[in-house]
Design a protein around this ligand. Structure first.
Ligand SMILES: [Zn+2]
Length: 439
């Protein structure tokens, strides 16, 4: 595939996405490159808008233009396909993302749901890079001092900002990888508090397998309906485990008698710290998704074909809302100022997660009402305040879940045979056999 330099520029005359951006009062201009060798062998054009880098393919035949988050162009150079921070090998990524885009585009045509379904799981990023980065950074930056010192560094704050984006950046790895994970980012929650009329958010089955079975009973499954609640709990349980191992490694590296054991624990602590940072980033992503109202609703990209007495928009507002609007009008400082104090849940992660996602779902109607009122216009404080509050809710919840994971790790077990973290911290035993492995 080759792409020519800018061969076409249009202002304000794009297809459907452009009209949506216009309604959000986000200025843009189309920058188009001619693709000389698309997968179909036809000359086609790939276009982007200068704000948010939303790519649009404009086929040379009579197929309609379509949007994809999977590929981006670089408005400054005009004809780059992939953003420079996505992979180290842009040439490989170019073809990878191009093939993914074509596949998604064909899927949309094949099932006849057209452009309105662009917000389905595989495409939705929620938030864009900017929103996820803010949430990851701010949660770590505002952790209390009783958490480990390695989290209280500028490097850790920066790392979590970037690692919070990882579940979006790993998209495109391959069909099996993506098909299983894409539905982790959302939950198609109905206005009745139920998922596809089946399981309700307030009483979700304990495991994802049970959840999937409950959905199949109503003709859906967890890949269609999304499984964000389980992704959040999975991430929290992993982080708690990481903290528990880190506590044991750190204590045993100083406290056990055998110098060889101490050396091994010190090394294991380094490994655990790296794992923990990565796992924290994964949790950060899904908690972040959980603060975006359209990721916790059947109205995920416009109100859709549901009862609509208030006349809410059916425009595809998902991507411009979470990406371009945030990047254009929201600052990290304003999000930090809107964060709330630690919320003591006095409940398990299951209940905490349910309360959090239910609160986000309550913001769906206000979001659509604000859109209807024109509150996402440039300079309109109402739209900005809403988005700032949503991002702050995500950052606050993430910080609180990290704190809870740290605390829960103190009373857990690790290794096999299992040893109590508290016993190791109290110097009661050398847990080497349990952690290094007896077999
Ligand atoms: Zn996501």
């Amino acid at each position: 595939m080759t792409i020519s330099a800018n061969d076409d520029r249009k202002s304000g005359a794009g297809p459907e996405l452009g009209r949506t951006l216009e309604k959000l009062y986000i200025s843009y201009s189309w920058i188009c490159g001619r693709i000389l060798e698309g997968e179909a062998g036809r000359a086609e054009r790939l276009c982007s808008v200068s704000v948010g880098n939303f790519p649009v393919i404009a086929p040379s035949d009579d197929r309609p233009p379509a949007q994809s988050n999977a590929i981006k162009t670089c408005p400054t150079t005009g004809h780059g396909l992939v953003p420079p921070d996505r992979y180290d090998r842009p040439n490989r990524s170019q073809s990878l993302y191009w093939r993914q885009y074509i596949r998604n585009f064909r899927d949309l045509l094949a099932v006849g749901i057209g452009l309105c379904a662009c917000g389905v799981a595989g495409q939705a990023l929620a938030w864009g890079a900017t929103g996820h980065r803010f949430i990851g950074r701010l949660a770590v930056e505002t952790l209390p001092m009783d958490l480990p010192q390695f989290l209280h560094t500028p490097a850790a704050v920066e790392a979590e900002g970037e690692l919070a984006r990882e579940p979006d950046r790993w998209k495109g790895s391959g069909k099996i990888h993506d098909a299983d994970r894409d539905a982790a980012h959302f939950l198609d929650l109905g206005d009745d508090g139920k998922v596809f009329g089946g399981p309700s958010l307030g009483d979700l089955p304990t495991t994802r397998a049970d959840y999937d079975a409950a959905l199949r009973a109503v003709g859906a499954d967890s890949w269609k309906a999304g499984y964000l609640p389980y992704a959040i709990i999975d991430g929290w349980q992993q982080l708690t485990r990481d903290f528990a191992y880190w506590r044991v490694d750190t204590a045993a590296a100083k406290g056990v008698a055998d110098p060889a054991h101490r050396a091994w624990f010190a090394q294991d602590g380094v490994r655990r710290q790296a794992l923990l940072l990565r796992d924290l980033g994964t949790l950060a992503h899904y908690v972040g998704d959980g603060s975006q109202p359209m990721h916790v609703s059947i109205h995920f990209n416009g109100w859709g074909d549901f009862p609509n007495p208030d006349g809410f928009t059916k425009d595809r507002i998902h991507a411009p809302f979470e990406g371009a609007f945030v990047r254009s009008y929201v600052t990290q400082v304003s999000v930090r100022a809107a964060m709330t104090p630690y919320r003591e849940c006095q409940c398990g992660i299951d209940a905490r997660m349910r309360e959090y996602l239910a609160a986000t779902n309550q913001m769906v109607r206000p979001l659509y009402q604000l859109y209807k009122d024109g509150a996402f216009g440039k300079g309109d404080a109402r739209g900005q305040a809403f988005v700032v509050a949503r991002l702050a809710a995500g950052a606050s919840e993430l910080r609180d879940e990290i704190i809870d994971a740290w605390r829960a790790s103190a009373t857990s077990d690790v290794g096999w045979p299992a040893v109590k973290v508290a016993d190791v911290l109290a110097g009661k035993l050398d847990p080497f056999d349990s952690l290094y492995g007896e077999d």
